[in-house]
Design a protein around this ligand. Structure first.
Ligand SMILES: C[S@@+](CC[C@H](N)C(=O)[O-])C[C@H]1O[C@@H](n2cnc3c(N)ncnc32)[C@H](O)[C@@H]1O
Length: 338
C-alpha cells in the first residue's frame, strides 16, 4: 500500500483530493492517522497538495522484537539499495494522538538498523536530507507493526512532491523572534523541502512582502531583495540598502534585472497565482519560485487539479505541498532544471 500523512485539519481535503485525482479505493486503518491506497497505483510525478509526506509502496512488518524487526527492515532495504550507498533515513513512531515521535522504541530500532547497515556498508545520513540519494522510512504504528518504504534515488526524484525531508512531513521549524511576522516560517520550510537555499548575492523578488518576513529571511541569507506591496515593510528593512521597496500592484510589475527567486505570499484568489506561474515560471523570468495558494473555505480545493495540469507543462521540478506553517493554504514551489 501507499500511505499518506496529512495535517489533522486536512484529512477530508486529502481524501477528496485522492478521490478526485487518483482512486476511490482509500483505506484508513483504525488508530493509524494515515490514508492508504493500493500500491498498484503509479505515483510517479504525482502531486497531492494536502499530504505532508508519503510512504510509497510501504511493506508491513508485524509486531515482534526490535531485533527481528530490524533484521527484516535491513533485508528489505538491501534488496533495493546497493552496498556502499548513503541514504536518507527516517524512523519514527506515530502515536494514537496523531503525533510523530523519534524517541523511545523508534530510537532503539533506529540504532539497531544503523548497526546492521554498517555491516552492509550502507550509511544513513545523520541530519540533512539529500534529494540525490535513496530514502528509507520506517513508521511504527500504535499497534507496533511497522510500515517500511524503501525508494532509490531515481524513484525519489519521481516522487519528489510526495516525500518530505521531515519525518512524517512534520517539523516545528526554528523560532526567530526578530522576524517581522510569523510568515517567515513558510519560506524557511519551503527551502528545506526543495533542498535548495537562497544564496548570498542572489536576486529575490518578494511579491506581497509586507511586513517583511520573507524579505527578512532572504536578507539573512545575503540576497538582494526587490519587495512589492501596497504597504511598506518594517523600518529596518525599508532602511536596508539591499532592499528595494516598490509600492505597487505585484501583478503589474515587469522586472528589469535578472531574478533568481520569485516568491509570493500575496493574499489573493488561487486563480491569480496561475497568472504568477505563467509570468514568472512558464515564461522563465526566474530560476526558482515559491508561491502560496490561499483558499477561502474549501470550495476552491478542486482547483488544485488545475495547478497539477499546469505543472506538467513547466520545465521546472515542482513540489506542491501543504506546509506545517500553512493555514488554509498549499504552497507551490520549484526550480529550473539546469
Ligand atoms: C500575508 S501578507 C504577506 C506576509 C509576508 N510574506 C511576510 O512574511 O511578512 C500578504 C500581503 O500581500 C499584499 N498584497 C495583496 N495584494 C497585493 C497586490 N496586488 N500587490 C502587492 N501586494 C499585495 C498585502 O498588502 C499583504 O501585505
Amino acid at each position: 500500500m501507499h500511505y499518506f500523512h496529512y495535517k489533522e485539519s486536512s484529512e477530508q481535503a486529502l481524501r477528496h483530493e485522492i478521490e478526485r485525482d487518483l482512486t476511490k479505493e482509500i483505506r484508513r486503518d483504525k488508530g493509524v492517522p494515515l490514508l492508504a491506497i493500493p500500491a498498484s497505483i503509479d505515483l510517479s510525478d504525482t502531486y497531492l497538495g494536502f499530504s505532508t509526506a508519503a510512504l510509497v509502496d510501504a511493506k508491513t512488518i508485524g509486531d515482534d522484537t526490535i531485533s527481528k524487526q530490524a533484521q527484516q527492515i535491513v533485508e528489505q532495504l538491501c534488496a533495493k539499495i546497493p552496498s556502499g550507498s548513503k541514504i536518507n533515513f527516517h524512523c519514527y513512531s506515530i502515536t494514537d494522538t496523531e503525533k510523530i515521535i523519534e524517541t523511545g522504541r523508534a530510537e532503539i530500532l533506529k540504532e539497531k538498523i544503523k548497526s546492521l547497515l554498517k555491516k552492509e556498508r550502507i550509511l544513513p545520513l545523520r541530519k540533512n536530507f539529500d534529494r540525490s540519494l535513496g530514502f528509507v522510512q520506517v513508521a511504527i504504528t500504535p499497534n507496533r507493526s511497522l510500515l517500511v518504504s524503501v525508494i532509490n534515488c531515481e524513484e525519489l526524484n519521481r516522487y519528489r512532491s510526495l516525500i518530505s525531508p521531515f519525518p512524517g512531513g512534520f517539523t516545528y521549524g526554528e523560532e526567530d523572534k526578530d522576524a517581522p511576522s510569523r510568515a517567515f516560517r513558510k519560506i524557511c520550510e519551503a527551502q528545506e523541502i526543495m533542498g535548495i537555499s537562497i544564496e548570498e548575492n542572489e536576486q529575490v523578488i518578494d511579491l506581497g512582502a509586507c511586513p517583511g518576513g520573507w524579505s527578512y529571511v532572504a536578507r539573512k541569507r545575503g540576497a538582494n531583495v526587490i519587495a512589492l506591496d501596497r504597504s511598506p515593510l518594517r523600518d529596518d528593512l525599508m532602511n536596508d540598502p539591499q532592499v528595494q521597496f516598490i509600492q505597487a500592484d505585484a501583478f503589474k510589475y515587469q522586472p528589469t534585472v535578472a531574478i533568481d527567486w520569485a516568491v509570493s505570499d500575496i493574499i489573493c484568489a488561487p486563480e491569480r497565482i496561475k497568472e504568477l506561474i505563467q509570468f514568472w515560471v512558464a515564461e522563465k523570468r526566474c530560476r526558482r519560485f515559491i508561491f502560496t495558494i490561499k483558499f477561502h473555505g474549501s470550495d476552491e480545493y478542486p482547483m488544485l487539479s488545475e495547478f497539477k495540469a499546469i505543472v506538467q507543462t513547466l520545465e521546472f521540478s515542482v513540489i506542491l505541498k501543504q506546509l506545517n506553517a500553512n493555514k488554509n493554504e498549499v504552497t507551490i514551489m520549484g526550480w529550473k532544471q539546469e
